[in-house]
Design a protein around this ligand. Structure first.
Ligand code: 5GP
Length: 308
């Protein structure tokens, strides 16, 4: 007997919604907003959800650098059938898949190799893609966690309304910036968005660390890489948007940029998101106060919100 027309319509609508949800999961893996390990864990927790009903092969195909040949080879090695869905994996298959995915990613991005933040002061770098809200999170930390020393960068860009020299930035001329570079005064520096230069003055950071305080640098990804190279003990935190669509919404924001500018920013954000595996920790910026708390927790301090 055929199901009544209404049931068939509802079923086909549900199937379309499920396909769309799976496509979203894959898109977020493609651009790096979600790690494949996160997707597997979510799928195992809820086998009937979008992640759980995703075929393992489709998940592997979403991982940058894994084409059909490598994906099939990996499935064969893991003894997982190509038609297997994430939610239907057996216990040993789950373990093998998760091990193999984290080995590919170079270890878990949420576990710092060589242990977590140690005793004493900590140098923490907060970076992330354009428009993810790094500035808002670091301003929240400055205003609510006075124990955290926020590094004040030097920049050659002009102050925006409301910005205060010495608090928001040290606003310097090109010549002064050149001098600071020549005299080795920067811990790191970079040209950001192909326009102005920004740098972290080394002296105040070192003084605070020597005095046992933890220091937060809110800098771009190029700067984070320089800090990794010159201060390997620094903790690198990557701020992520809740989803790719949310990042697009924040980037396009007020709609004041031209469509070419919007496309350029989106392309930059995609490249920046790919850097996340170089970082020790990932923090999702769902709510500013929660993200700020997570970042502060990574600094080895007994900080409490000043206003709480
Ligand atoms: P804005 O001009 O909007 O204040 O900042 C633009 C970008 O410059 C942001 O991505 C910010 O993280 C980055 N930035 C700010 N200070 C520094 C710094 O000292 N070094 C580096 N490398 N980037 C910085």
């Amino acid at each position: 007997m055929r199901p009544p027309e209404v049931d068939r319509v509802a079923a086909s609508r549900a199937a379309v919604a499920a396909r769309r949800a799976r496509a979203d999961v894959k898109k977020n893996v493609v651009i790096g907003v979600r790690s494949p390990e996160d997707v597997v864990r979510a799928g195992l927790a809820e086998p009937a959800g979008a992640e759980g009903s995703l075929r393992v092969r489709d998940l592997l195909l979403s991982i940058p650098g894994l084409g059909p040949v490598r994906s099939d080879r990996m499935l064969e090695k893991l003894a997982i059938s190509p038609s297997k869905r994430v939610g239907g994996l057996g216990r040993h298959q789950q373990e093998r898949l998760l091990d193999s995915l984290s080995a590919r990613a170079g270890g878990s991005a949420t576990a710092r190799p060589g242990g977590g933040p140690g005793d004493g002061s900590q140098l923490v770098v907060l970076a992330g893609p354009t428009a993810v809200g790094k500035g808002t999170v670091s301003t929240y930390i400055r205003e609510n966690y006075p124990e955290v020393k926020l590094s004040v960068s030097a920049t050659t860009r002009a102050p925006r309304p409301g910005e205060i020299d010495g608090i928001s930035y040290f606003f310097v001329t090109d010549a002064e910036f050149d001098r600071m570079v020549a005299e080795g005064e920067f811990l790191e520096w970079a040209t950001v968005h192909n326009s102005s230069r920004y740098g972290t003055p080394r002296g105040p950071v070192q003084e605070a660390l020597d005095a046992g305080r933890s220091v937060l640098l809110e800098i771009d990804i190029q700067g984070a890489r320089q800090v990794r190279a010159s201060a390997p003990e620094a903790v690198l935190v990557f701020l992520l948007p809740p989803t790719w669509d949310e990042l697009v919404r924040r980037l396009i924001g007020r709609g004041t940029e031209s469509s070419e500018e919007q496309a350029r920013r989106l392309a930059t954000a995609k490249v920046e998101l790919r850097a996340q595996n170089e970082f020790d920790f990932r923090v999702v910026n769902n709510k500013v106060e929660d993200a700020a708390r997570e970042v502060v927790d990574l600094m080895n301090i007994s900080a409490r919100p000043a206003t709480a």
